[in-house]
Design a protein. Structure first.
Length: 546
């Protein structure tokens, strides 16, 4: 009996820690529903760690977990929290106040993370973490109190456990046991308190979850009700020769469901289009504008095929996609606001786009106004922007990597200078300016494929947005460069597919591709990292023919 009582208290203390942690997160979830869903501790700590992740680690995470990087991050945070909760529970068995204080400390960390995020505008963001931690700390104190209560002491003995390192409660319990032979803890009180805590926490957590989810309902409804008008300037039909059907090649138009996603948002912003507003203001803006979604719908809409690329895309990587966008020409709006590009004497050389989630993305005003199809995009491949791709409004600028051009969940446009302001990724050591580098990729055969000898189709895509692709060449091993068959060009802002039938002979071979853009620039062999302004180098695939 004695052994049982001592042996069981430790795991029960650990369980108390877990329950306290669970209660803290559940209460925080409920409180976050009253503040903002993004203010919850796990999201806040996750966001804060994304903000502070060194660029190399961020790229590593994207490479290894892809778009699951955020899920991995949150699971990681939960695992660490669970471990710490177990430890605090055990600690509380001996040092009851210290254990509870430990839970409060995590509340402070969560509160600091939440209020320190770029999208935090109110101290209220600290509330979920603080209230959750107080609930968790109180629960741990209460539960451990049951574990250290003397048998037969009244249920009012909540505060009766021995505090601090005074000989240890175990000793007290043992003395107890020696006196009446019964375990030195309030089994019934513990079971009731723990059970009640689990039930109440689950209820609070589920209620918070559903309140947070229902917050986005207005946004979901506003999107469901939308049909985008026919654009005044439709896209040219894709030339029939632009689309290759080689098995294994990535489709010329990337379906929305397969389109890569790169952003820092742990909670996908749900913005209601009917209440959406955006300001254009700042340096040299003679007539600041405030626009509603309806204002944008009422304007001249253009439809264009544009290939987006992420600066974090490795040579041969997947973070590039091509879509048909519908939007409002950005240069027209800027002109209406009185903006002049630097080449016409305008004082602002940087256009900073801000999103509802606090992202800032700075593009050169000169590029945005040089006649290219920079737009405030509303539609993507025949539907309003999907939420993950920036509903209701995002920017798209042909020729620039996404982090300097493609702000999703757009909320504000400010004219400023590159000297005066560094945007989110620039603060994190990425380049101020980042035109997309001329690149090409082998889609098929896949690395380490084992094709049969005979004719093997090598095929893929090449891109040099806004310059256009002029030539693609393929080399087998150290052989001479062979010109690939280029598919027709859709526009200079889209990628171009290519293919080459290869008479494959037995053995292991390295296939390499390189592109030349319309300025005559041959894709450089020089390998660079993605940081600071995009990866370069030739893509190679090793196959074994047998
Ligand atoms: N609000 C917001 N917009 C953003 C980002 C972000 O993290 N937050 N990431 C940018 C980056 S780095 C890229 S490559 C593109 C990716 O757009 P997609 O996810 O629609 O493919 O969005 C850009 N816009
Ligand atoms: Mo990106």
């Amino acid at each position: 009996m004695k052994i049982l009582s001592r042996g069981i208290r430790l795991p029960l203390a650990a369980l108390s820690g877990l329950l306290a942690g669970f209660a803290a997160l559940a209460v925080a979830e409920l409180v976050s529903a009253a503040v903002r869903p993004e203010s919850g501790p796990v999201i806040a700590v996750g966001g804060a760690s994304i903000d502070r992740t060194p660029p190399a680690l961020k790229d590593w995470a994207i490479r290894h977990f892809g778009t699951n990087d955020k899920l991995v991050l949150q699971l990681g945070i939960l695992a660490v929290l669970a471990l710490l909760a177990l430890v605090l529970g055990v600690l509380a068995l001996r040092f009851r106040r210290a254990g509870a204080a430990g839970v409060l400390l995590f509340g402070v960390v969560g509160a600091l993370a939440a209020t320190g995020r770029p999208d935090s505008t109110s101290a209220a963001d600290a509330l979920p973490s603080v209230v959750g931690a107080v609930a968790g700390a109180g629960l741990l104190y209460l539960l451990v109190g049951r574990l250290t209560a003397r048998r037969g002491s009244s249920t009012g003995a909540v505060g009766k456990g021995v505090e601090g390192p005074v000989g240890g409660e175990g000793a007290v319990g043992e003395e107890d046991e020696e006196r009446d032979g019964s375990p030195g803890w309030d089994r019934r009180g513990f079971v009731i308190a723990a059970g009640a805590a689990a039930v109440v926490s689950s209820g609070a957590g589920l209620l918070g979850r559903s309140l947070n989810d229902s917050r986005g309902q207005g946004a979901v409804a506003s999107r469901a009700k939308l049909t985008l008008p026919k654009p005044a300037s439709p896209a040219r039909p894709i030339p029939s020769g632009a689309i290759l059907h080689t098995p294994g090649i990535s489709p010329f138009v990337t379906p929305n469901a397969d389109f890569y996603r790169v952003d820092t948002a742990l909670v996908i912003p749900k913005v209601d289009a009917t209440s959406w507003r955006m300001k254009i203001h700042g340096k040299g803006v003679g007539r600041p504008l405030t626009l509603t979604y309806q204002d944008l719908l009422n304007r001249r809409l253009i439809e264009r095929d544009i290939t987006l690329t992420c600066v974090s895309n490795e040579v041969g990587g997947p973070y590039v996609g091509n879509a048909r966008w519908i939007g409002v020409p950005l240069a027209e709006l800027l002109k209406e606001a009185g903006v002049r590009p630097p080449s016409r004497g305008g004082p602002a050389d940087q256009l900073v786009a801000r999103s509802v989630d606090g992202m800032t993305i700075g593009s050169p005003v000169e590029d945005v106004m040089d006649g290219r199809d920079a737009m405030l995009a509303l539609g993507m491949n025949g539907e309003p922007l999907p939420f993950v791709h920036g509903f209701p409004v995002r920017m798209v600028v042909p020729g620039l990597y996404g982090y300097v051009s493609a702000c999703k969940w757009l909320q504000d446009l400010e004219l400023t200078t590159f000297d005066a302001y560094d945007s989110y990724w620039v603060k994190r050591s990425w380049s101020r300016k980042a035109p997309i580098k001329t690149e090409s990729r082998i889609d098929t055969p896949k690395p380490f494929a084992r094709p049969k000898p005979g004719t093997v189709m090598i095929a893929g895509a090449a891109w040099a947005q806004h310059r256009g692709i002029d030539r693609v060449e393929v080399r087998v091993d150290e052989g001479s460069w062979m010109p690939a068959d280029l598919a027709a060009e859709d526009s200079s802002d889209t990628w171009r597919q290519w293919s080459l039938p290869w008479r494959a002979t037995s053995g292991t071979h390295t296939l390499t591709v390189r592109a030349t853009d319309r300025t005559g620039q041959v894709q450089t062999e020089q390998r660079t990292q993605t940081i600071p302004d995009g990866a370069s180098g030739w893509h190679s695939v090793v196959v074994t023919v047998d």
